[in-house]
Ligand binder design. Sequence first.
Ligand SMILES: Nc1ncnc2c1ncn2[C@@H]1O[C@H](COP(=O)(O)OP(=O)(O)OP(=O)(O)O)[C@@H](O)[C@H]1O
Ligand code: SF4
Ligand SMILES: [Mg+2]
Length: 329
Amino acid sequence: MSTPLLSVKNLEVRYLSATAKAVKGISFEIQPATCLAIVGESGSGKSTTALAIARLLENSANTKASEILFEGKNILNASKKELRKLRRERIGIVFQDPIASWNLSRKVGTQLLDAFDKSERPERREKLIHFMEKVGIDKAAQVIDMYPYMLSGGMMQRAMIAGALLGNPVLLIADEPTSALDVTVQADLLHLLSELRKEQGLAMLLVSHNLAVVSQIAERTVVMYSGEIVEEGPTSTLINSSKHPYTVNLIRSMPAMDQPRKVNLYTNEVRNASSEGCVYANRCPLVIPICNSQKPELQLIGETNVACHRHSEVKKLLEVSNGSITSDS
Ligand SMILES: Nc1ncnc2c1ncn2[C@@H]1O[C@H](COP(=O)(O)OP(=O)(O)OP(=O)(O)O)[C@@H](O)[C@H]1O
Ligand code: SF4
Ligand SMILES: [Mg+2]
């Protein structure tokens, strides 16, 4: 395997206003020109992870890590100036909330071109129009001079994707990049992002609640639960032969590609997860005493890394329970 484009080791994040950590020592890598997805229910720490990598939580959270190596350099040591350059030229970011991410009183183009020197803007403007057209914005030359409040949520999200591609990044961090779009155009836009990825050798960190979305474009997937990684591996293996009970249940509760997000993904139990034992113990139908006293480490089993004392039994238990992982055996 080649040198990773991004290597994250032992990332921990605690929001200043919270007592519990939102992300609890996670590690993963992204290879150049590949897509890694982070999935998990609401509140599991997906966006926090994405924002921490781009060092966008400086004012609201304490972030620690052994390292966040991007193109061989530790982002944790980067100065503000270096970070700005990095975000302008190497890392594109699509935020989860398309409306909150815009200043509604400044024109779309003005905001997206802000990061670039004045002398560069005319050329970048043309490029921005090109990318806006590519992501399906009609009359991009006019939309660029509109105010965000004049656009629909979906259009704002498309414009943000175009803006994120503007600096020719090598890594696109995309947090639920299609969530504000009509379900019928989600697949088109994902396909387009895949094409752009191939054309430009772009790597991607895709955050999504939807494994159906992820399965279309991500080579590898990380499953997060309550700030921890419970399973990680090649996406198809992870979906077809999950070894963690949470992944199994996550797959079962996922809406299909053409269904809207379920509203009941978050549960308070996530916050009360055990700190000594397995993070999933208070919801796991397969829990046994050791799960409450000893934390299962992530270990490589076949092609996937899995953190479960009973990983070898999950498949069998599923068969016994006729495909429904609802009770202990
Ligand atoms: N600004 C903040 N201040 C305090 N706590 C926060 C803040 N943002 C997120 N959190 C908390 O951190 C945890 C992780 O949140 P995060 O937004 O990363 O989850 P997520 O997986 O992206 O969820 P969703 O699918 O809803 O976007 C949650 O418990 C959340 O309540
Ligand atoms: S370690 Fe125990 S509680 Fe945790 S997922 Fe596995 S079986 Fe369930
Ligand atoms: Mg989020």
